[in-house]
Design a protein around this ligand. Structure first.
Ligand SMILES: Cc1cc2nc3c(=O)[nH]c(=O)nc-3n(C[C@H](O)[C@H](O)[C@H](O)COP(=O)(O)OP(=O)(O)OC[C@H]3O[C@@H](n4cnc5c(N)ncnc54)[C@H](O)[C@@H]3O)c2cc1C
Length: 340
């Protein structure tokens, strides 16, 4: 892919996924931002030294501003850092939303490297849509008050994990839920899972609705994901009506082919069309071709949802927008983690 196409894709991604950060940067660095409610900002362009934001008032374009980058790293990291710096200068940190506590009932491997954590909730749990995720503090014995401000350190040691299943409270036991975590190397999340003891208490300090349920249901699904997205894909597949599940295609990435056994407990999984791509998959060409061939051969149109490493999700997104007829609003590819 040429650099210009890559740049356009990245700008689109940042305006789509990080528009709050872009707006925060605009408001903070723009000397003339008197009326917050009517002013909006969009990333227009970037170079090695700075980003350029387009400013609009009541939706009407009102020129642009240049904001110098403050640290090294790729453009996305620079934008997020500028947003963080703006917040920090204003003495603002994200607030803890929906503080919940859970007690660990059990942990077990459900595939070679995916560990299922089963939790008992201290408060009642509602029902959650597929892909719903909790922002988990991995600090042991974390004590916080609802709506307290999270500092940078707490953010660094928190991770999103998808709610795989939840069970409402019954007359003799509290509500319960499961999360499935991919363990790799000595990462912070992996160390936390390995050290976790039954009976230990976990705090979740934020929540995220992936809104998988509202993506277009008229066209068959192509669900794309690596190990971190398996829980969302599994939860979503379980909720699809039979006919839609049979029409879907799963395009699964794995570091080890045996990880696919994760899906063994889904009824009828073996009958679902699935393609497994085993890493190293730095070359996404086979995956791109597979999606496109499948759409051409089996589907008039498709709805694509997926989550994988952030750069790979961008590359895949750009390729699909450029080389296929699938409308951009029918493609939603998310970055769930960052390769360092
Ligand atoms: C909405 C949402 C839902 C999520 N749901 C889940 C979930 O249900 N289960 C789950 O396991 N994760 C899930 N994730 C990802 C999770 O939040 C972490 O980002 C991810 O697990 C990496 O954290 P870590 O502490 O293991 O590694 P990090 O501290 O982020 O990275 C440490 C090192 O490990 C490498 N690395 C990180 N992740 C991977 C990986 N997957 N494969 C190979 N190398 C890697 C990095 O390149 C880096 O070198 C979700 C993310 C989001 C945004």
């Amino acid at each position: 892919m040429d650099t210009e196409t890559e740049k356009i894709g990245l700008i689109k991604h940042i305006n789509h996924e990080h528009i709050d950060a872009v707006n925060r940067i605009g408001r903070y660095f723009d000397a003339d931002n008197s009326d917050e409610k009517t002013i909006g900002y969009q990333l227009l362009d970037y170079d090695a030294q700075a980003c350029y934001l387009a400013k609009s008032i009541h939706g009407q374009k009102q020129g642009s501003l240049r904001i110098a980058f403050k640290c090294s790293g790729d453009v996305e990291a620079q934008i997020l850092y500028l947003s963080y710096a703006a917040k920090h200068q204003q003495g603002q940190f994200p607030l803890i939303r929906n503080l919940r506590r859970f007690r660990c009932l059990s942990k077990k491997l459900v595939s070679p490297h995916i560990c299922r954590l089963h939790w008992s909730a201290y408060e009642p749990l509602g029902s959650f849509p597929a892909g719903y995720a909790f922002y988990v503090s991995l600090q042991r014995h974390f004590i916080a008050k609802p709506e307290a401000a999270l500092d940078q350190k707490q953010m660094a040691v928190s991770r999103y994990y998808t709610l795989r299943r939840s069970y409402p409270a019954t007359h003799n036991q509290p509500a319960q839920m499961q999360m499935d975590i991919y363990i790799h190397g000595d990462s912070y999340g992996s160390q936390w899972v390995k050290a976790l003891q039954e009976g230990e208490v976990m705090s979740t300090i934020g929540e995220y609705d992936e809104q998988l349920n509202i993506i277009n249901v008229d066209y068959p699904y192509v669900l794309v994901g690596d190990e971190t997205a398996y829980p969302a894909i599994a939860a979503f597949m379980e909720r699809l009506p039979d006919h839609q599940r049979r029409q879907a295609l799963l395009l699964l990435f794995a570091h080890d082919a045996s990880e696919i056994s994760y899906f063994d407990d889904i009824d009828g999984f073996k009958d679902i069309r699935q393609l497994l791509m085993v890493y190293p998959a730095s070359d996404l060409q086979p995956a791109q071709q597979a999606i496109w061939q499948h759409v051409k051969n089996h589907m008039a149109k498709a709805t694509i949802w997926g989550a994988l490493e952030i750069k790979r999700s961008q590359v895949l997104n750009q390729w699909l927008s450029r080389h296929t007829d699938i409308a951009p609003h029918q493609i939603r590819l998310k970055g769930y983690w960052r390769q360092k």
